[in-house]
Write a protein that binds this ligand. Structure first.
Ligand SMILES: C[S@@+](CC[C@H](N)C(=O)[O-])C[C@H]1O[C@@H](n2cnc3c(N)ncnc32)[C@H](O)[C@@H]1O
Length: 451
């Protein structure tokens, strides 16, 4: 039974959905409706019943005969049925008839339709793979598919109800702020998405800021390492996929991005996710940010961690309860104020700019002595040095060689060996000869206090 769509290889830009029509005639057993279950379950007939996705194998009799149904069969003629099946049908007064199934554009998948449109030499690769960010489907078409990009976009839009916009990446990420240049293939020219990750809501303009849904697992992995009491300095924060989940967990965060659009959406996301008390956004060069972060937190500390953050509703209720109880007793239900000391110490730096983050590491040399007048205080405050989580690429594909390569580059930049709490994590393979890693290490004390 050939259920494939009719071939229309003449289409290129305009998608004519009306030409995708097909009638398929199949053999069917007309049976009394009351016998349907018995026949469907019978060993003799079961293996002959049609089993095609999205097509019902039992339908009302289109001839309108009351109380009759058609069971669609996958054999072409009565002769192909076993004697037992024929006897069973006779016992149930079944009559074999032809039944016509009418298929249209809605029946076929995006792949089916494109296989019927694209030239034969392009049928092997599938252009229907895409990643989804909010309502946007994001394709990365090989150049041989480009003459068909508009029609590919339209088919993907039709076949994915949650998608409202289809774009194609038109360049490698090569601009300073790491976002894709993209062109609209189909749907609304609206690039501001609302995307959900790690139970947080992110709003951003996908055509102006960096976002990569494939980093979801890595964002989660790193945030899981954080303790709620941590103070995190996110040097290349983007629109907040580390910073906001970290703050939801209780961490205090300095989140920075040089792209003004990223910094702007980061600020929006901070408010939308109810973490304005814990995240401070900035828009400066990563090197300046690193050199200022430690003093910023020292001079303007964060409040202490007070336990899991209640939801807005729960917080309102706790405040009400607290006010009520203050009238009767001094005890509070939730410690909205605390006697714990404020958070003055940056415990982690996150540096996700894999192309060049290693080049920023020299900014840590002398980072704790740049403002001499309080340098002494920092020596006492920082009994443990901050952890640095730095992303990078390497062309060494064997783990041992990759580690040696990355270690060498880190140590050359900071001018010191890394020995304490060193960990290397393979994030993903970005190209056949290029892997992305996260190297974590504790900032060596002599580097932070180097003069
Ligand atoms: C690879 S993205 C990572 C964003 C985010 N942390 C994430 O995981 O999705 C790197 C970010 O660094 C920002 N950036 C590029 N150069 C920078 C610089 N010199 N200083 C600060 N931010 C920079 C880009 O705008 C971009 O948002």
């Amino acid at each position: 039974m050939d259920m494939s769509p009719p071939i229309h290889r003449w289409m290129k830009d305009d998608l004519d959905r009306s030409v995708f029509q097909k009638s398929v005639t199949v053999l069917a057993a007309r049976i009394p409706a009351r016998d349907t279950t018995t026949l469907l379950k019978s060993d003799a007939l079961r293996r002959y019943i049609m089993d095609v996705p999205k097509i019902r194998s039992v339908v009302w009799d289109p001839s309108g005969t009351q109380g009759q149904r058609l069971v669609l069969l996958k054999v072409p003629t009565e002769a192909a049925l076993s004697p037992e099946a024929r006897i069973l049908l006779t016992e149930h007064s079944a009559e074999l008839v032809d039944h016509t199934i009418r298929l249209n554009y809605d029946y076929w998948t995006a792949d089916d339709i494109l296989q019927a449109i694209l030239p034969e030499e392009l049928l092997n690769g599938s252009p229907t793979g895409f990643s989804v960010t909010g309502h946007i489907a994001h394709l990365n078409l090989n150049k041989e598919y480009l003459p068909y990009k508009k029609i590919i976009g339209k088919v993907i839009l039709d076949k994915n109800p949650a998608i409202k916009t289809v774009v194609n990446k038109i360049d490698n990420i090569d601009n300073k702020f790491r976002f894709f240049k993209m062109e609209l293939l189909a749907g609304e020219p609206n690039f501001v998405v609302e995307h959900h990750e790690s139970n947080c809501r992110f709003t951003f303009d996908f055509s102006k800021v960096y976002w990569n849904s494939r980093l979801h697992t890595e964002h989660d992995r790193l945030v899981q390492l954080f303790k709620p009491e941590d103070v995190v300095a996110d040097v290349f924060a983007g629109v907040g996929p580390f910073a906001i989940p970290a703050a939801r967990k209780g961490c205090a965060v300095l989140a920075n991005d040089l792209n003004p659009d990223s910094a702007c959406f980061l600020s929006t996301n901070i408010v939308k996710n109810n973490v304005a008390d814990l995240v401070r956004a900035s828009c400066e060069d990563g090197r300046d940010f690193i050199r200022d972060a430690i003093f910023n937190v020292l001079e303007n500390p964060f409040p202490p961690y007070l336990g899991p953050k209640p939801s807005r509703l729960k917080e309102k209720k706790l405040r009400r309860d607290r006010q009520a109880s203050e009238r009767s007793s001094q005890d509070s239900v939730y410690p909205l104020e605390s006697t714990l000391p404020p958070r003055k110490v940056v415990t982690r730096f996150v540096m996700n700019l894999p192309d060049s983050a290693l080049d920023f590491l020299d900014a840590f040399r002398g980072v704790m002595v740049t403002r001499d007048r309080i340098g002494g205080e920092l020596g006492r405050l920082y009994d443990a040095m901050p952890m640095i989580h730095c992303y990078c690429f390497t062309r060494e594909l064997e783990p041992v060689k990759a580690e040696a390569d990355i270690r060498l580059r880190v140590e050359a930049k900071i001018g010191h060996k890394i020995e304490e709490d060193v960990d290397l994590h393979l994030v993903r393979s970005v190209a056949p000869n290029k892997d992305m890693y996260c190297v974590s290490f504790r900032l060596p004390r002599p580097v932070a206090f180097a003069r």
